[in-house]
Design a protein around this ligand. Structure first.
Ligand code: G16
Length: 543
């Protein structure tokens, strides 16, 4: 085996964001770009000599090529064993599971998640640690610092390794195991849920439509929903992973999964609709005639967890990211559970789960998960819902209505202003920050501010602090707005405005969300001066 040591120089901008390093694909294809980042990752974790790694990706353009580079660099670094999904495919939760069940030291996931794919779109690389979860900030900071001082990388000279068939092979001293991407994940789901009940639900004529959005969950959903659980053929649509996701955004929300929403709002809609994203960690849940917000979905799973075999003995606690609505807080309070509020980014849940403090976690950005892996998990959320529906015999509509009647309702929406010039977005946030201490007591658009701060998170497990995680403004009566800049975009800045209002009056809990939120939307506009700062009259995406 010949190991080449290649001289290189630092490349600017290799700072991992909310979830790994995401850039335009052509940026990743530049000479040394991917190699520098992978070598910096190896350097940041003390090398990979003698280690076991997991590798896979969401199948987007450049996935297969990048996987070959990672394989050769893992072998050059002296890795002992590398477990890779067939055709270099693995959903993010499946990769997390493989890391955990194989006692691997970590893994590389090639994905830009819900961002579009293709030569002119996005690519990404994430590093997960031995608990199966996204690397915490302490490690991503180290990776970034290594990218700034890198001078060489090592790579084995070899032909492409054949990843098209499961089996074992070698690259130099490194053993490569090509595995079926679905098998271990499917086995895990069978342990968590009552498959017999869900099978009986489908056998009774219950209809589901799962939109895989031409992304990685296609094979998983087809094998589990249609293969094992007996949903009729055709229940899983857009099921073949494509390198450009069919030209769409593989982002399961009412905008990018509009086709599913339209079908679920039709008179002959199926009983249950769901979608997942590029790498299979996000989910969208839709009932007949009703879209369930991710925040509500988390609350419903928490409230009904005892109906599911894996969680029948109760939850240790729950967690949500700060901008996620406080619907789950109400459930936690009623059930006597501890509820944690973390910054945006799944990596912040890892410590809480490892420490046994929480079982369920969720985010407004369509992510829900539990301690079965250390990533959010799209298909898991769908099976969780199906298990609850099978157990209760209720429709999604009935379940949601009963939930709001019991716990009250947190109306919620998110407005995204995309590709805003970076300096304008920064100026908007800086201006809000400068006024935080003046805001409490002020009445803006008929809403009185009770509290305003820049969220800072103190991790109760490792004692670390993550500051400047978003501007929170709370109003009398329970409404809230949060402003933050996305950490996953690849073009300019994305301003996210998270809007929430609370309704406890049973006579008003079925109101139209747009009407219920009109007041807080106006207050947010006036407080932040979105129009004057960005020149935008309306958000690009409302979810
Ligand atoms: C990633 C992270 C999530 C985060 C989301 C949005 O999701 O894993 O934790 O909530 O991005 O982050 P931001 O608001 O910074 O864009 P995914 O599905 O893209 O990996």
């Amino acid at each position: 085996m010949t190991i080449n040591t290649i001289a290189t120089t630092p490349i600017e901008g290799q700072k991992p964001g909310t979830s790994g390093l995401r850039k335009k694909t052509h940026v990743f294809k530049q000479p040394h770009y991917l190699e520098n980042f992978i070598q910096a990752t190896w350097n940041a974790i003390g090398g990979v000599s003698g280690k076991t790694l997991v590798l896979g990706g969401d199948g987007r353009h450049f996935n297969k090529r990048a996987a070959q580079v990672v394989l050769r660099m893992a072998a050059a670094g002296g890795a002992k064993r590398l477990i890779v999904g067939q055709d270099a495919l693995l959903s993010t939760p499946a990769a997390s599971n493989l890391i955990r069940i194989n006692g691997a030291d970590g893994g590389i996931i090639l994905s830009a998640s819900h961002n579009p794919g293709g030569p002119d779109e996005d690519f990404g690389v994430k590093f997960n640690t031995s608990n199966g979860g996204p690397a915490p900030e302490s490690i991503t900071d180290r990776i970034f610092s290594e990218t700034q001082k890198i001078s060489e990388y090592s790579i084995v000279e070899s032909h492409d390794v054949d990843l098209s068939t499961p089996g074992t092979t070698r690259l130099g001293d490194m053993q490569i195991e090509v595995v079926d991407p679905v098998a271990a994940y499917q086995a895990l789901m069978e342990k968590l849920f009552d498959f017999a009940k869900i099978r009986a639900l489908f056998a009774s004529g219950f209809r589901v439509r799962f939109d895989a959005m031409h992304a990685v969950t296609g094979p998983y959903a087809t094998a589990i929903l249609q293969g094992v659980l007996g949903a009729p053929a055709g229940s899983v649509v857009n099921a073949t992973p494509l390198t450009d996701f069919g030209g769409g955004h593989p982002d399961p929300n009412p905008i990018w999964a509009k086709d599913l929403i339209d079908r679920m709002m039709a008179d002959d809609a199926p009983d249950f609709g769901a979608a997942s994203d590029g790498d299979g960690d996000r989910n969208m849940i839709v009932g007949r005639g009703l879209y369930v917000t991710p925040s509500d979905s988390l609350a419903v799973l928490a409230a009904n967890a005892r109906l599911v075999p894996a969680y029948a003995s109760g939850l240790a606690g729950v967690a949500r990211s700060m901008p996620t609505s406080r619907a789950v807080d109400r459930v936690a309070e009623t059930l006597g559970l501890q509820c944690y509020e973390t910054p945006t980014g799944w990596k912040f849940f890892g410590n809480l789960m490892d420490d046994g403090r929480v079982t369920l976690c969720g985010e407004e950005s369509a992510g829900t998960g539990s301690d079965h892996v250390r990533e959010k998990d799209g298909l898991w959320a769908v099976l969780f819902w199906l298990n609850i529906l099978a157990e209760t015999g209720q429709s999604v509509q009935d379940l949601m209505r009963a939930h709001w009647q019991r716990f009250g309702r947190n109306f919620y929406t998110r407005h995204d202003y995309e590709a805003v010039e970076m300096d304008k977005a920064n100026a908007l946030i800086a201006s809000l920050r400068a006024r935080l201490s003046d805001l409490p007591g002020q009445t803006i658009a008929a809403k009185t501010v009770t509290q305003a701060d820049d969220f800072s998170y103190h991790d109760p497990v490792d004692g670390s602090t993550s500051a400047h995680q978003g501007i929170r403004i709370a109003f009398e009566g329970g409404a809230r707005v949060v402003f933050r800049l996305s950490g996953t975009g690849t073009e300019g800045a994305t301003l996210r405005v998270y809007l929430e209002d609370v309704e406890e009056d049973p006579a008003r809990i079925f109101a139209d969300p747009a009407e219920a939120l009109a007041g807080v939307i106006e207050a947010a506009q006036q407080i932040a001066g979105i129009r004057s700062h960005t020149g935008r009259d309306a958000p690009d995406v409302t979810t």
